[in-house]
Write a protein that binds this ligand. Sequence first.
Ligand SMILES: *[C@@H]1O[C@H](CO)[C@@H](O)[C@H](O)[C@H]1NC(C)=O
Ligand SMILES: *[C@@H]1O[C@H](CO)[C@@H](O)[C@H](O)[C@H]1NC(C)=O
Ligand SMILES: *[C@@H]1O[C@H](CO)[C@@H](O)[C@H](O)[C@H]1NC(C)=O
Ligand SMILES: *[C@@H]1O[C@H](CO)[C@@H](O)[C@H](O)[C@H]1NC(C)=O
Ligand SMILES: *[C@@H]1O[C@H](CO)[C@@H](O)[C@H](O)[C@H]1NC(C)=O
Ligand SMILES: *[C@@H]1O[C@H](CO)[C@@H](O)[C@H](O)[C@H]1NC(C)=O
Ligand SMILES: *[C@@H]1O[C@H](CO)[C@@H](O)[C@H](O)[C@H]1NC(C)=O
Ligand SMILES: *[C@@H]1O[C@H](CO)[C@@H](O)[C@H](O)[C@H]1NC(C)=O
Ligand SMILES: *[C@@H]1O[C@H](CO)[C@@H](O)[C@H](O)[C@H]1NC(C)=O
Ligand SMILES: *[C@@H]1O[C@H](CO)[C@@H](O)[C@H](O)[C@H]1NC(C)=O
Length: 594
Amino acid sequence: MDFLNKKIQKILFICILSFLIVNLTKSEINEIKDVSKFLIKSGGGTGGCQHPIYCNGTLLKTIQLTQVFNDSKTFVDMPMRTTIENINELFNQLLLNTSKNGGPNKEELAAFLSENFYPAGYEVEPVTPVDWVPNPSFLDEITDPNLVDFARSIHGKWLELTRIFNTSGLCDGCYSSIPVNNPFVIAGSRFREFYYWDSYWIIQGLLVSDMTTTAKGMLRNFGDMITEFGFIPNGGRIYYLNRSQPPLFTQMVNKYFEATNGSDIEFLQEILPILDQEYQWWMTHRTTELTNGETGESVILNLYNVSNNSPRPESYYEDFTDAQSFSNVEQKDYFYSSIASGAESGWDFSSRWMSPYDNTNLTTIQTVDVVPVDLNSILYLNEKILSSFHRTLGNNSMAIYYQAQSESRVDAMQQVFFNEDTYQWNDYNLKTSTNNDAWYTSNILPLFADIQSSIDMDNQEIDLIFKSLANVLIAYPGGVPTSLISAQSLQWDGLNVWPPLQYWIIESIMTPNTTFSNMIGKNLIDRWITTNFCGWNSTLESEGGMMFEKYNANFIGVPGGGGEYVVQNGFGWTNGVDLYLLKKYGKSITLNSC
Ligand SMILES: *[C@@H]1O[C@H](CO)[C@@H](O)[C@H](O)[C@H]1NC(C)=O
Ligand SMILES: *[C@@H]1O[C@H](CO)[C@@H](O)[C@H](O)[C@H]1NC(C)=O
Ligand SMILES: *[C@@H]1O[C@H](CO)[C@@H](O)[C@H](O)[C@H]1NC(C)=O
Ligand SMILES: *[C@@H]1O[C@H](CO)[C@@H](O)[C@H](O)[C@H]1NC(C)=O
Ligand SMILES: *[C@@H]1O[C@H](CO)[C@@H](O)[C@H](O)[C@H]1NC(C)=O
Ligand SMILES: *[C@@H]1O[C@H](CO)[C@@H](O)[C@H](O)[C@H]1NC(C)=O
Ligand SMILES: *[C@@H]1O[C@H](CO)[C@@H](O)[C@H](O)[C@H]1NC(C)=O
Ligand SMILES: *[C@@H]1O[C@H](CO)[C@@H](O)[C@H](O)[C@H]1NC(C)=O
Ligand SMILES: *[C@@H]1O[C@H](CO)[C@@H](O)[C@H](O)[C@H]1NC(C)=O
Ligand SMILES: *[C@@H]1O[C@H](CO)[C@@H](O)[C@H](O)[C@H]1NC(C)=O
């Protein structure tokens, strides 16, 4: 822990440096020793990043708006070869040298960067996971030899995707990664660091691969983040310190605990107070109170609500450009908060977060005014798990507290989200006081959290939900589309088929265990594994078998598209979902033809 504290404090110090300079003289800066404490005081653990190179300032703005790289994320992942002071000095020289031509052009900036910065991801090093074995036992449980090859290849990808941050040799504050103590598995491609919600599926895949040490190390990394920051940032970079991601840490710990047959009580004792702490962060910084107009009753639900007033550094060009349609600061800040909140939701970006009157137009984004079904379903399940964890460790008062929290939440969710005509749960928009009745895969997420057992919904009623959704659940060869709304800029919509969403739908469908649900569930598992298998098989010779970040519902084996970057290969959560399904259903999966 000493290692972590020291490094993170250094980074945080740099992060808030420019903020401090505004308010304090140099000698006062030296007096502030406990920087992380200062950060928490400045915003409940959401102080964000003010790093003068990576998060704010003229250099960042110039590089990003000139589009030196196609992907805005490239620059903010480049460690510096020399100190912040030197970089700023050299950059000022460059501005001076080029002032007669109106400032540096793209080539001059590129030359400046290659001289003074290392390539993106320089401090992220591959590492061989200590617990990887060539033949994990789950392979024996799969029947189809094609699927055995497929599963073995996915299992092998952990070797390609495991990393450590190695910042030795770099100067203080000269990189944007957040150091952690244990190796972690990345998503892949441009996502070259760990991500919060991705890790939920990655860890499930690791557990199938019998890699409990790697999984536990990742859990410990996340626990350390909560201890340091009060919450888990979106990913392992300081420019993500403004925001979190869907709070799946408690469920990760639960999956680990189940996979080790409840034997690691010591770890549970160590981690449970930290899970409590994360829960309180969400209940303090991410709630809203709604009053039922008919009964006058007030309920509390959670929403994504990031405090932010600037472009996301890793998408600077995109955010800055989009914000130009606003004339005043209030509108801009609302946009920047809603954009960062959309990123916090994991669904970046979706018509779910847009104005209902113009829902394919990204600049109408209003995430901070949308109460989402999926976030509350996740927190409901967390409350059930936390209650059960505390019961396991003999703390009945805490077990009762979480049980009561879960009951209040179900009550609130039924009042605010539940549509009695369609039997689905629809997001609620605080601005328009309306539910969003369109189809989104998140509409049935409460079933994954097993809300049905608390609301007297029997299996026949659940079957009715699935029957009414036959058009989206059965009709597409490549899986279940995210929504039926399409726009090029919105990748969490339309025909994109996202692995985490397929996982949740499959779990929701298979858990009730009725004849009908088992039938459509099995059909969906076959289609999903087929599209992944075919994408892998057709690229086996050229690329070693690609696993995409997302797929296209209309085709078999074809990646999805749209959004702010090109489709990514690797890919952490796809591998995790597939290993989970291959282990659980490996005897019964039938591959369709490609
Ligand atoms: C985060 O939010 C703070 C406060 O709104 C803001 O000053 C900062 O620029 C934001 N961005 C990042 C990357 O932290
Ligand atoms: C961020 O950078 C801008 C432009 O360089 C500057 O005006 C602003 O004061 C900076 N913000 C902070 C909190 O230092
Ligand atoms: C950047 O994008 C342009 C236009 O889309 C493309 O022609 C170029 O090859 C890309 N460059 C890199 C390095 O990816
Ligand atoms: C600026 O110009 C001076 C004089 O030609 C040169 O020595 C220096 O290296 C240049 N600096 C940068 C950053 O371009
Ligand atoms: C970290 O990088 C340094 C050099 O930059 C190297 O000497 C060292 O072996 C690396 N450490 C690990 C654990 O890879
Ligand atoms: C979101 O957070 C801000 C403070 O950052 C608060 O003023 C606002 O009321 C919150 N939104 C909701 C819907 O509670
Ligand atoms: C998108 O929304 C913005 C902000 O509301 C508006 O200014 C713009 O005209 C809209 N664009 C289109 C194409 O409708
Ligand atoms: C239960 O947990 C709470 C919160 O951590 C703590 O204050 C209390 O002392 C614990 N009670 C028992 C019986 O362990
Ligand atoms: C599903 O139901 C069948 C028949 O009632 C039963 O044999 C089976 O164990 C159940 N499966 C699960 C996973 O509960
Ligand atoms: C996998 O790809 C190879 C080469 O393209 C092809 O011959 C084979 O039939 C494919 N396997 C399946 C099961 O589709």
